[in-house]
Design a protein around this ligand. Structure first.
Ligand code: GAL
Ligand code: CA
Length: 351
């Protein structure tokens, strides 16, 4: 009898101690409740975007919304996605991140405006104990490694550049009419994304490297940044068309929107299209590939990014092993593969 009473008392002690602990940890975490403590069973995700006007980023968001809904059905949970548009302003974005953390969330997904200043966001997330995923715009490794619950989900910029260069190379080698002046040299233009963005720097470098590594001589007529933007690329290209006209043999654009802008400019000038390639495989780009205006593109896996982030949400909030849910490299990175898209395999990409 005494034993029963004793064990009853000690168990209730343990219980109240646990309640105290839980309350204390809730206070310490700045009031940001985690998934297990939310009785409604709702998982809250704060998503901060560098700019929602960006076609590729808008595609990631559409996928995220659709896939979150699908999971709600499958897993009998609620996923509450809050999306904030940073309008390309780091100060605005930082305020949005702070608001997410104050209101409480289970996961923070950040498409950072300025990839050199990730440390302050990492520190804020760590203080609130909210796991943090950066995506698409890659912070420096030092910042990612600052806290063990900081991750990056994206594709390797260098790989995208190489695949894009190989697309151009294959076309060039299989059809000599691309060499308009028949001098054996590839006269090209480069449309670059934002300055300082890993995808601009590395796609620019590695696309050309793939071509020159194969022994093809190239001549850069001009290059400039058009900030991923169709209108800016079209304006730039109009100026280049005035200067170089039919000397332009190849246009390499760091993304599809700029490639489409180049196509717009050629159409407006009434000139025959040179060999043009992009990256992303957005819906309008796939249409342009289908109609033959865009020679090819490289799939930047928007759906993959969304899917991985949701896998991570589920694992992080259920206490499951993250490295079993996703392919985690160096404890922090999930890399998605790029894929070449041309008219030949277009079917695989049209959903
Ligand atoms: C790149 C993408 C661009 C643009 C940029 C924004 O990966 O190719 O179209 O979305 O990210 O960070
Ligand atoms: Ca030539």
């Amino acid at each position: 009898m005494t034993r029963i009473i004793k064990s009853f008392f000690s168990r209730s002690h343990i219980k109240s101690f646990a309640v105290l602990l839980a309350a204390a940890s809730l206070l310490m975490s700045g009031g940001c409740k985690n998934a297990q403590s939310d009785e409604s069973g709702t998982l809250r995700v704060g998503v901060a975007l560098y700019s929602q006007d960006d076609t590729f980023i808008a595609t990631v968001v559409q996928n995220l919304e659709r896939m979150a809904q699908e999971r709600e059905g499958q897993e009998k949970i609620k996923i509450n996605l809050s999306i904030a548009d940073g309008h390309s302003n780091q100060t605005t974005q930082l305020e949005q991140v702070e608001r997410f953390l104050e209101r409480g969330c289970d996961l923070l997904c950040v498409n950072i405006v300025d990839r050199t200043v990730a440390a302050v966001i990492v520190d804020k997330a760590e203080e609130a104990e909210v796991p943090l995923i950066f995506f698409n715009r890659q912070p420096v490794a030092e910042d990612i490694q600052r806290w063990d619950k900081t991750y990056y989900v994206g594709a390797r910029a260098q790989e995208g550049g190489t695949l894009q260069g190989e697309l151009v190379l294959g076309a060039w080698q299989s059809d000599e009419s691309f060499d308009r002046n028949g001098d054996g040299v590839m006269q090209y233009l480069m449309l670059e994304g934002e300055q300082g963005h890993q995808d601009s720097l590395l796609r620019t470098e590695y696309s050309i490297k793939a071509i020159t590594d194969a022994g093809i001589e190239v001549e850069k007529l001009a290059s400039d940044t058009a900030n991923w933007n169709r209108g800016q690329a079209s304006a730039k290209m109009s100026q280049w068309i005035d200067r170089f006209g039919n000397d332009i043999e190849v246009v390499i654009a760091n993304n599809d929107d700029m490639a489409l802008g180049a196509i717009d400019a050629f159409k407006e000038a009434g000139l025959e299209l040179p060999l043009i390639v992009g990256v992303d495989a957005t819906a309008p780009a796939l249409e342009a590939v289908a109609s033959g205006r865009l020679y090819g593109t490289v799939l930047n896996d928007a759906a993959g990014i969304a899917d991985v982030m949701l896998d991570m949400l589920m694992a992080l909030t259920s206490g499951a092993d993250l490295s079993e849910a996703v392919k985690l490299e160096d404890g922090h990175y999930v890399w998605l593969p790029y894929r070449q898209v041309t008219r030949d395999n277009l079917d695989e990409f049209i959903s």
